[in-house]
Design a protein around this ligand. Sequence first.
Ligand SMILES: Cc1cc2nc3c(=O)[nH]c(=O)nc-3n(C[C@H](O)[C@H](O)[C@H](O)COP(=O)(O)OP(=O)(O)OC[C@H]3O[C@@H](n4cnc5c(N)ncnc54)[C@H](O)[C@@H]3O)c2cc1C
Length: 496
Amino acid sequence: MAIKTPQQYIESLRDGRVVYFDGKRVPDVTEHPVCKITNNWVAMDYIMNNDPRYQDLLTDLDSNGERVSFALQPQRTPEDLFRLREVVKLWARVCYGKPTGAKFVAKDGLNAVTVVSRRVDKKYGTNYAANVEAYRTHLQKNDLSFAMGLTDIKGDRSLRPSQQVQHKDFYVRIVEDRPDGIVVSGAKSHISQAPACNEVLIAPCRAMQQDDAAYAVSFGIPLNTPGITMICAQPEIGEGANLFDHPVSAAVYINDATIIFDNAFIPKERIFLKGEWEFAGDVAYMFANFHRLSAETYKAMELELFTGAATLMAEYNGVDKKAHIREKLTWLVMYTEAVETLGRAAVEHCVGEDGSDLVYPSPMIANICKFYFADNWHTATKYIQDIGGGIIVTAPSYNDYVNPETHDFMEKYFGGKAGVPTEHRLRMVKLIRDLTSCYEDVLTIHAEGSLEAQKLSILQLADWSRYRAAATRAAGIVPATAHPLFVELPKFPPEL
Ligand SMILES: Cc1cc2nc3c(=O)[nH]c(=O)nc-3n(C[C@H](O)[C@H](O)[C@H](O)COP(=O)(O)OP(=O)(O)OC[C@H]3O[C@@H](n4cnc5c(N)ncnc54)[C@H](O)[C@@H]3O)c2cc1C
């Protein structure tokens, strides 16, 4: 098989998977009214891959002439990374700032295990790199959607996996090592779109020590594997939510589910790390390196939408020329364009790894970009909520708007500036409500790693000797800190 049709993808989810939603077992995710929202959003990957307008960007022909998803190809050149940015931009623009999730997160995990498996094989003579390549081919040939299960549920955050007190399953771990594979237990949390994916790629979320060896485990398996239970995230919307009241959240329910492994069997050919604890941190770090491109590219697209909504709302309310509003709109434009520019710069300065031909964005610039957009998100939210007014949370619903008994009242009293239809103002109000939800706030702060994670990387990657060289030289300290950029500089000020 080459590229799947959307119908084949939906059909593939009827596989006996164990999913719970809001207290009830879901017999068939393709029939569930809210799970269907996720499926349809993920299906956009298949819809676009089959659309001749986008095929050249989104797909490649493999060595057998079969069409495969570009997202599943390893990126080896800066041009590949720029193309990937265009892919993510398209996915995000189509789906209101939220890239369709069939391969969005896990493709970066696949690249991470591609890099690290080679290192492990080199040290221990294992066969993980071949397993990863076979897995990549399997995903490509069958055009599978897959989720990334990195984040363990963790328990006490101050303790490593093996030190946990209440029980030993807060991180996914190997409970039995057999000749034909391993048996694992534990839980991963916030795993985006997992109930709408065919497979999950599991990897450790942190560095480990020797006594954590059982937790240093990575593998890829179907989500209907016996022993796997998924509990859906509580959605922002309920059954039957309409697109007028919830333009984004009724179209995109990412369903960041909890995945529980209860003695699930993993065949040996699907294992990418098994106890080599000193490489656990490498996998987590490499995932972040690859995933920054995805996160930063889609965020810039989301901000484009966000800033557009702020501008239109200001116009609809008749305040767009007021000084404090213009100031806020200017700040939003700077924020939007800075995220786009930093994301692009990170790719322009992309780097590689010893022993690997894959490339990823400059970790320094990429971490600054991620931190910058996450750290400023609440300021952006504050501005757009200020511009919009209290109506963002107090507007009546669509059903009131279409009820003949209340429609004319709403039409008359919810208008803004003359010439702007009341319906447009109400639609923009609802969009801003969705864009500034608690879900969006938490997603921006935590998804792709908490703020401290970026700060830690920035601190470690900083070119401290360059900064020190600049300062010691200007202060006249002898000897100045040595740095190639500074040692050859002419004496200043000159003695003329
Ligand atoms: C919407 C959404 C989607 C997501 N999708 C995915 C996904 O698809 N796949 C995936 O694997 N993950 C996913 N994540 C998980 C995401 O990567 C994590 O939320 C993030 O890494 C933070 O982990 P946590 O949620 O466990 O927060 P916590 O670890 O509980 O962090 C809370 C606070 O505690 C601090 N903290 C935690 N531990 C320590 C420590 N030891 N020392 C000092 N401070 C500490 C943190 O810095 C932070 O300030 C998603 C998250 C969200 C919100």
